[in-house]
Write a protein that binds this ligand. Sequence first.
Ligand code: BGC
Length: 795
Amino acid sequence: MKHLLFITLLIFTFSISKAQEHEIQNKVEELMSQLTLEEKVSLCSGRDDWSTMPIERLDIPWIWMADGPHGVRRAPATNKAGYGDQHPATCFPTASALSATWNTDLIYKVGQALGEECQALGVNILLGPGVNIKRSVLGGRNFEFFSEDPVLSGELGAAYINGVQSQGVGTSLKHYVANNVETMRMYMNSNVDTRTLHEIYLTPFEIAVKKSQPWTVMACYNRVQGEYGTQSSYLLTDILKNDWGYKGIVISDWFAVVDRVKALKSGMHIEMPHPGNVNNEYLLQAIKDGALDEAVLDEAVKEILTIVLKAKSLQKKDADLKEKEHHAFARQVEVEAITLLKNNNEVLPLDKKKYKKIAIIGEFAQAPRYQGNGSSEVKPTQLDNALEIIKKEYGKGVSISYAKGYDLKNDNDFSLIEESKKIAQEADVALVFAGLPLHYESEGIDRKHIDMPASHNKLIKEVSKVQKNTIAVLTNGSAVAMPWVNDVEAILETWLGGQAGAGAVADVLFGKVNPSGKLGETFPAKLEDTPAAFNFPGEQGDVLYGERIFVGYRYYDEKRIEPLFPFGFGLSYTQFEYSDMKVSSKQITDKDELEVKVTVKNTGAVAGKEIIQLYVSDTQSTLQRPEKELKKFTKVELNPGESKEITFVLNSRDFSYYDGKREMWIAESGSFTISAAASSRDIRQTQTITLNSEQQIPLMVDEYTFVKELWDNPQTRALIKEYIPKWIGNFVPEGKTLDEANIPGFFLEHPLIKYPYITNNEITKEQVEELIKRCQPLTYKPAYKQFEEKENVSF
Ligand code: BGC
């Protein structure tokens, strides 16, 4: 009862004050002293499909979780799966579309709206966002993830979480980590090297955790470097908790737990979904046997109770779903996501004076494809379709004809094309709605190719033969090949636009709004061009991340491959000019922040929004580095003739690489190019700066360090000279010093462990050990350059 009172006190506040936090902590301590061992164990798994375990005796409530990410998929009851019978909620555009907005403020608002709907539906934790990297174009869940780039994914993820959590509703950042393939998803081992893991796959989670502290993180199904994500202490404790300072709890993906005892020890709190009777027994037994310290369980239970009490205390009564408001908002969101990929002769926006007869072709115009398949499927509160909206809102003064174009049940049925050609020929412009049917993109199944159905491709090709003004309006959650790219006049990528997407498409087609989306993922010309082409989906339970850090545009840059449409690309009905790029200093240290300014002007005739991307390139480096990497971005709105100066702030992390051997980020001295760009292949302004790093890096000398490394390094050369065998003297020219000796390559190219052998024991094993000991405390400033300066490449 006391507990209920406490909850009521906190109701209607959206965030917890310090005093309330303190109160929750006291309550948790009080409960801990009353819980039995069995009760504590029971709290570490779900009660049923969607709720946590309550303990009535102590008035410990349960809380409700629901999928996410682009809408609330709330089942009719916590013990029902909720596929098909879920409660209606607003279906927003899916993550691919959200990422194309590049608008963190907008995504925050999407989060707010989702949080409001959770409150209205009694949901305490929304299972999203998904910040997994789109490693391969074939990934079955690409529609549910933001981007191929870690910074874009992480920033949008953080904005989403902050938005949801501002409403007193928690989130679940998923799926931690390297969950990039659906094939054998419960077992697949993501065989990824440590450097790549940090630079590409962990970074979005790191950004989101540090900037938004999600209440929960969802541990993945797959294994990472051989260990299940649900039981990796490296991932859950060392990195998530210790390195990043994560304060919330970790829940498992549904049925992801394998070794329950190991999982708890590693930092995984709640096993979802069901009461793990079998696993609870294991936990109890382990404690009884002494294999699991009860203190570990206590720590986990305290953290679980903290989240449960916080969630319950922030739950609102009688919150409104705001269906109408959110439907209108979902349209606005999609408006910013729509990405104009081609617009020859400014055929768009449609000028009704010029195009009096409009042919609308393709069943998607009438039966929209607006979200992906799987656990994220929302039951929309209403559903718009383009045909109806265009007729209703834009149909005055024009005549509109419609043909179905293809049969969604048979990809190879071309019988509807003739009729489509006929109406296209009679019209002044043809809008062909095509893309990927629902079963092409699904959780649990990877794609086998990147083609649209044959019937859709043929339809576009055939229509464009009879109608010069053919516009392809695409609906798909991930990249597709476009064999007809040169045949059509315009291409509008509309993604999976959510329940109100059709209205947004109409708004863009008729110029009510200027499109401002840009690609958050590269569209390749063909599958063979893609980074993971040879290593996807993997085999025999193992997937090799062979492209390493060269994911997405990093790969196309390195290989000099021209994609169909590059990362960060999107057109507008206006033009933007970039000028006056300035940096606050040309010389910085790793302690400094660098301000970068650039002015952007709308030089066209209509208002529009521009996404400005800031890339950093390390021009010389010890380790191989990508040509350039996205570090910052922003979106600005400009009226015709208006200009704005944008400021970005970079710090040493933005110049760093992750050293997998030393397990640390290293900002290396040297010169860096900073580029302000309209896309990854459209660099508008650059500045070069020099970084003088003061960072001290451990040398890390061991028996496998090569003699050459110690000889080449001025710090260790002095030392190693004491251990040079006498016969090297033969290579010292007369009158010269040892430094000038022409030391034979075979000697330098050996690790220290071989020293006794190659010197015929002149230098003994003990002396090698002594040398290593003397080197160990040494550090250096990272400026050693191994790779040649890269030639400047302009695309
Ligand atoms: C998915 C998660 C989802 C969970 C609950 C799992 O199969 O991987 O993303 O949140 O089911 O539906």
